[in-house]
Design a protein around this ligand. Structure first.
Ligand SMILES: N[C@@H](CCC(=O)N[C@@H](CS)C(=O)NCC(=O)O)C(=O)O
Length: 218
């Protein structure tokens, strides 16, 4: 049984959506990223980098790195969210997953905070926007609706949705990004996405505002 360690509203939402969509049997464990704990204790013993997502795939094996976890889930679902590995589309999909991980996801992270946290001040939000805006433009140029790669819903789509969800959360504008705006709407109409948004609820940093240092707030 696959077991996903997640925190609400984070990149872990991408594998959460894919697991939900796939119909594969899975369980979830909620992580407190502020305290680095989960139901059974110290989360650093699960992932020594103390970030989410982590996917437990056996009693002793824990996968990290969102893009890899997403492809692993797709493989478990008979490559339903991918292409034949001998096709150009497959390598294009791998490029997109890597692009989202390295050019978007990492650039959404505030350079002023310890760990991988979203910006939480006007200044850092502006700095992050300067970095991600041209990279989002690249996606806008190449996105083929309804999904990133056209009619095939792939494992990169829920990852891209995390980015558009963060755009909304951080108050970034979709002006001049109409295809990304439509993509975000399309994603929210999927039953799996609606379900996961409801299950996860408010983003982790907004759920428990007491007992934390100022820097911990998003
Ligand atoms: N390299 C990791 C980064 C994951 C990551 O940035 N996770 C964030 C949430 S989106 C996190 O857990 N941040 C808390 C921390 O670093 O303390 C991946 O690609 O999965």
């Amino acid at each position: 049984m696959l077991n996903l360690f997640y925190a609400s509203g984070t990149s872990a939402m991408a594998p959460h959506i894919l697991l939900q969509d796939s119909g594969l049997p899975f369980t979830v464990e909620k992580v407190n990223l502020d305290k680095k704990t989960w139901a059974a204790g110290n989360y650093n013993q699960i992932n020594e980098n103390s970030y989410v997502p982590t996917l437990q795939i056996s009693s002793t094996t824990y996968l990290t790195e969102c893009a890899v976890i997403l492809e692993y889930i797709s493989e478990q679902a008979d490559q339903r969210y991918s292409f034949d590995h001998h096709t150009a589309e497959y390598w294009q999909l791998r490029s997109w997953a890597n692009y989202i991980a390295t050019e978007l996801h990492k650039n959404f992270i505030s350079p002023f905070r310890k760990g991988n946290w979203l910006p939480n001040t006007a200044e850092s939000k502006q700095l992050v926007w300067q970095r991600v805006r041209p990279r989002l433009q690249f996606v806008e140029t190449h996105l083929v609706t309804p999904w990133l790669m056209g009619s095939q819903f792939t494992f990169a789509d829920p990852y891209l949705f995390v980015m558009t969800n963060w755009m909304k959360r951080l108050g970034y504008s979709f002006d001049q990004l109409p295809k990304l705006a439509q993509f975000d709407i399309n994603m929210r109409q999927l039953p799996s996405v609606a379900h996961v948004l409801q299950i996860e609820g408010a983003p982790h940093s907004l759920t428990n505002p007491t007992n934390r240092k100022e820097d911990d707030h998003d």
